[in-house]
Design a protein around this ligand. Sequence first.
Ligand code: ADP
Ligand code: MG
Length: 344
Amino acid sequence: MNTSWTRRQLLRAAGALVLVPLLPMSARSALSELTGRTMGTRYRVHIRNSTNGLYLPKLKQSIERELETTDRLLSTYRAGSELVRFNTAGTRWYAASPTTLRVLETALSVQYASGGAFNAAAAPLVDYWGFGPQPGYYARNWTQVPHAVLSRVADAEIQIKPGYIRKHDRLAALDLNAIAKGDALDRVATVLNSAGIVDYLVGIGGEIVAKGTGPDGSGWRIGIEDPNGGIRRTIRLDGQAVATSGDYVNYFVRDGKRYSHILDPRSGRPVEHDLTLVSVVADTAMQADAWATALFVMGPDVGLQHAIQNAMAALFLQRMHGDLVEFATPAFQRFSLDTRGIAL
Ligand code: ADP
Ligand code: MG
């Protein structure tokens, strides 16, 4: 048996991005930057033509307050977070914060619309495969996922009513990591909007929201990294969000086989198809985040079909005969600048 974490994964822990803002050197002087650590990665805010430098420390405080809220409520890693307490609380109605309710509501709607490819209660599976708060668990014999783990996810029956959430199975547990970062990003964008800032880019890990005309006046340009290195695609955003899910960012290799941290709740196993990346552009980062994960699980055929039918802006990157092949939906093409993209 040979299990190893990847270089990518280590890079990710160090804050590497899948989506990179392309900021021309010439325009950087017009940008104010705020940055810091959050949710095991970095956040970055670029503001164009900020008129009041003294204002920035206060803005940073407000931004970090929003990020801290996500961590305090939705972290699966932080003992005592609202989510962790719910997960261990039994099957009674449980009082939850408006943020948790909103994120869970969206998660459940994506779960429904994706036919269960996305599952808000995937925590027992995530833990089982070793991608949860206790790393190393995967080292045991898991060729056959136990029925008890599968049914804990399938029979979770998460319910919502105003102010409260509930689960059907005492051992069912929520994992909202596939959507929580998106919601955090949307709330940071709201902070900037409320401060009257109209031209900005915010990124957390591999997710970005951009608004306004960008550093050179022609829109914020974002590079989608090629899993083999370099920039694969360049897109331009103004008022949208982009999120990426991929099998090359967080995975382990065991006996020569790749196991991704994105799991198919229906089979109980890491996704087995040959997609390597799905990027989604949407009006909110929460939608982009959730759908990047959902479409990734749905795979190159069903996922692409679903995205086209529902007019979603999505880019699929698939391994084929040792090569990478792209499929972009018509809605995605609207944001795409070119197929190769050149980092400025
Ligand atoms: P990232 O971790 O890079 O933000 P995603 O947004 O795709 O990537 O979220 C992946 C995380 O979501 C996993 O680490 C796991 O905690 C959780 N997860 C894995 N599979 C699913 C799934 N099918 N539905 C919902 N959440 C999932
Ligand atoms: Mg996601």
